[in-house]
Write a protein that binds this ligand. Structure first.
Ligand SMILES: [Zn+2]
Length: 614
């Protein structure tokens, strides 16, 4: 026996003694058996009724030096339920007590205990800790109460699901279970209550009229509807792409697919009893024939979470143990070309680029300039059943349904170049390479483009024209650049004016000319309100938008590339053919009232230094 297990056993034995166990032999036997059968030893000891539950656990808490809670009053229920999900609390029988900084909360607990002992009613906890957060900069701690400090599954699950420091407390099992049920409302008792109170016919009558299922908000009534909503909400919060509800012999298994891997979802132990109601609820939500249980069915659910629309595709499969229901959560982040808000001149070019059968579309800009969003948007636009899209990314930032996405793993030599070389043998129509970092990758991409593939990728350069020279500088033959690259799209992010508090302003022709805007004339535009408003956190801005410039590789530009012409010459030709420099694009967005002159000028300052034609 390991020394850790030995120490654990010693603690259990002395605590059992303190709990008034009559026969230490009997206790020892329970401990041995539990270890042998890999059962939770504390549950078994408590179930054996050999000792006082309270005294035994109190003694154990003292041996382990964990704070003992005789009065379980979670402070700030709503916040706690956000931090510690019902699934975690119910499955692992944990009660969150408070969340915030240790000093304040421990002081409050002591004060509460003192009042409690003197018999006074107190509201001190709710008031003083009203934000649930400590002073700025202090570490956030979640106090979790358990009656089984040796439950390592629970600790593991907590470590995975709750990203903050945990302070463990202990309490008696009976009081803890009651408190958990009271806090979450979907405990074992609640499930029993649902079972007694309703039958399947009632389930069928449940909100059939719902058009969209709104998942936000706390529905205080414990019900199957609430339970199913919680399961879906948690899946979305964990970025799951699929939910599988699978009847098993003795339980109902629920699994999420997160980052491609299936993960068991902790569920209340007696969920099996509600299997039919859970499945019926899902079928009602997806407008399936609830009476049909022998044939597979397909349906959809329109969900809303925090104002976002989520499309869920549902498939049922009859199995010998009952119907399995699979939910595919689609478009967690909707990419839409319209959302990029491109000015018509640029949008037109992009529309035509997306229709090309082959060639390279390169997006340039520094890190954090929104290149990924543009890439994903373009791919989403092209993502139809008749096109096969493969990506190589580092890392995969967003999942796109129907697109084969590969993550670079340099430690096993799966680089952009090696992955790209092998996927080209797998017959893709469209290829996206996260970044062109080296000559090898660029050359394979060029070969792909020349053999009939449409290739999207990014380059770290400041503006569109310098993308051309960068490729040549990397060692790519100019004629290959000219032949394969269709356009260079450069971009940068600027802050978006708060629509609630933006203020009208005026800009003169002279001012516009001084910052390089051609065809300048006096204009009205908008500016940020100093100190903003509540909806923009008093910044005057709300969110960001991209500004672009796009250089199309025309016949004339091709000729210049082949001749290794300098940037200035390339730019002059581009401008002659209608190229709109990023700063000018930004100023158009200022005229639209989307951003401000200050934002555009600071975001494009670097480009101006390499010389802007006027
Ligand atoms: Zn505002």
């Amino acid at each position: 026996m390991s020394s850790l297990a030995q120490r654990m056993n010693d603690m259990l034995l002395t605590s059992a003694e303190a709990g008034g166990a009559e026969s230490m032999e009997a206790v020892e036997q329970i401990i041995q058996e539990a270890a042998h059968q890999q059962r939770p030893v504390i549950e078994d000891l408590l179930d054996s009724r050999q000792m006082s539950e309270e005294d035994f656990l109190l003694a154990l808490s003292q041996r382990l030096n964990l704070p003992w809670e005789s009065n379980l009053k979670p402070r700030h229920s709503r916040r706690l339920k956000e931090v510690c999900s019902a699934a975690i609390a119910l499955r692992h029988r944990l009660l969150p007590l408070w969340f915030g900084d240790v000093e304040t909360n421990m002081a409050l607990s002591a004060a509460e205990r003192a009042k409690e002992e003197s018999g006074e009613e107190t509201g001190i906890g709710e008031e003083a800790a009203s934000t649930g957060e400590g002073p700025e900069g202090s570490e956030q701690v979640l106090a979790l109460c358990t009656y089984d400090p040796f439950n390592f599954h629970a600790r593991q699950a907590v470590a995975q699901a709750i990203p903050c420091r945990i302070q463990w407390h202990m309490a008696s099992r009976t009081r803890l279970l009651q408190a958990i049920q009271k806090l979450y409302g979907v405990g074992a008792d609640t499930f029993d209550a649902i079972l007694k109170g309703r039958d399947l016919a009632d389930t069928q009558a449940m909100d059939l009229k719902e058009e969209t299922n709104v998942l936000d908000g706390d529905d205080d009534e414990a019900s199957v509807v609430k339970f199913v909503n919680q399961i879906i909400r948690q899946a979305l919060q964990q970025r799951a792409t699929d939910i599988h509800v699978e009847p098993m012999e003795t339980s109902l298994r629920i699994r999420y697919r997160i980052d491609g891997l299936l993960v068991d979802v902790p569920v209340p132990e007696n969920i099996k009893a509600l299997q039919n109601m859970v499945i019926a609820r899902l079928k009602i939500m997806s407008r399936l024939d609830i009476a049909e249980r022998r044939l597979p069915q397909d349906g959809r659910i329109a969900l809303e979470l925090d104002g976002n629309q989520i499309d869920v595709r549902v498939a049922t499969i009859p199995s010998v143990l009952g119907e399995t229901v699979s939910l595919r959560l689609l478009n967690q982040q909707k990419f839409n070309l319209d959302k990029l808000g491109m000015i018509p001149q640029v949008r037109q070019i992009i529309d035509s680029m997306l229709k090309l059968p082959n060639g390279i579309v390169l997006i340039t800009g520094p890190t954090g300039s929104g290149k990924s969003t543009s890439l994903y948007t373009f791919l989403s636009e092209l993502n139809t059943v008749d096109s096969r899209i493969v990506t190589v990314e580092d890392p995969v930032e967003n999942k796109i349904e129907g697109v084969v996405q590969i993550a670079v793993k340099s430690e096993i030599n799966l680089t952009f170049a090696t992955a790209l070389r092998s996927i080209l043998r797998a017959d893709p129509d469209i290829v996206m390479i996260g970044e062109m970092r080296d000559l090898e990758t660029v050359e394979i991409a060029i070969r792909a483009a020349l053999t009939g593939h449409l290739v999207f990728s990014t380059l770290h350069t400041n503006d569109a024209i310098s993308g051309i020279t960068r490729l040549v500088d990397m060692g790519v033959e100019p004629f290959l650049v000219a032949a394969s690259v269709r356009c260079f799209l450069a971009q940068r992010l600027v802050r978006r004016l708060c629509p609630k508090c933006k203020q009208p302003a005026h800009v003169t022709a002279a001012e516009l000319r001084s910052v390089g805007f051609r065809n300048a004339e006096d204009r009205t535009c908008y500016t940020a309100k100093p100190r903003g408003c509540d909806s923009c956190n008093h910044s005057g801005y709300h969110g960001r938008l991209a500004i672009y410039e796009v250089c199309v590789v025309t016949k004339e530009i091709e000729d210049l590339i082949v001749k290794r012409a300098p940037e200035a010459a390339l730019k002059e030709m581009a401008v002659r053919q209608g190229f709109i420099p990023m700063r000018e694009y930004g100023i158009f967005k200022v005229f639209d009232g989307d951003t401000t002159m200050e934002e555009v000028i600071s975001a494009t300052a670097a480009d101006m230094m390499i010389g802007e034609p006027d």
